[in-house]
Ligand binder design. Sequence first.
Ligand code: B12
Length: 218
Amino acid sequence: MSAKDDLLLSMKTSVVDGNRAESERLARESLQAGLDPLESIDKGFAAGIQEVGVLWENGDYFLPELVASAECMKAAMAVLEPALSASSRQASRLGKAVIGTIEGDIHDIGKNLVSAMLQAHGFEVLDLGADVKLERFIEKAEAESARLICVSALLTTTMVNQKRLIELLHQRNVRSKYKVLVGGAPVNQAWADAIGADGYGENAMAAVRAAMALLARG
Ligand code: B12
């Protein structure tokens, strides 16, 4: 195994073990070693949190472990994100994107990844955080003349708020001003089509591709 593969595997393991200090240390080490922060996130830390998802689903992990792993992911992202931003400053500006996790839902790891990837690929990202009120998405998009609204939902009970957001855009007569991109673990293309979203992305890279395609279409 190469030194890089070794490092990526250690990143994944640190998240699975819930070892926050180690995640943070590895994130710093990866930057010093000249690793691409996108690759460290994707193949290292995010791979870890995905594994944690499987362990939770199998009943091997409980809430305390989930929280510990989520904290690892946050610590690593705090180190890597400034490096992503530095590379995105050179990228061409593709337009403003408002992003957030929908009302009622506090999951933000996937949303943060999408946010970081969009930024790294040249979008100006306005991240509203998690549990974002429907009105807030619209207010921010209007105030900033954004072109894209990206909405994450991780719960089957909050997915429906993606639909409500699109309905609210129609009610306010601003639906045609924005492209709406939806995602999150329970979301799929069929749901996106059913609620009248403009696009769907299965993961952060697919989100970037969808965002680019939507804005290219105008
Ligand atoms: C980590 C986690 C938590 C952490 C969240 C920490 C944080 N800061 O985010 C904590 C412990 C806080 C938590 C809490 C809860 N959780 Co939770 N959690 C998870 C877990 C294990 C992983 C989620 C995750 O981060 N995945 C990794 C990221 C990288 O993947 P992702 O989010 O899917 O994002 C990717 C794609 O979906 C996509 N994407 C995401 N957003 C967007 C947006 C756009 C626009 C696009 C294009 C793409 C896109 O790109 C991302 C990157 O590749 C999942 C299990 C799972 N398999 O998903 C359960 C899960 C989502 N949780 C679940 C539940 C039930 C809860 C709680 C209600 C538990 C409780 N009883 O309190 C609470 C939620 C409270 C609330 N109101 O929100 C259930 C949901 C079940 C359901 N059918 O609705 C799941 C599925 C676990 C399960 N099988 O039961 N959780």
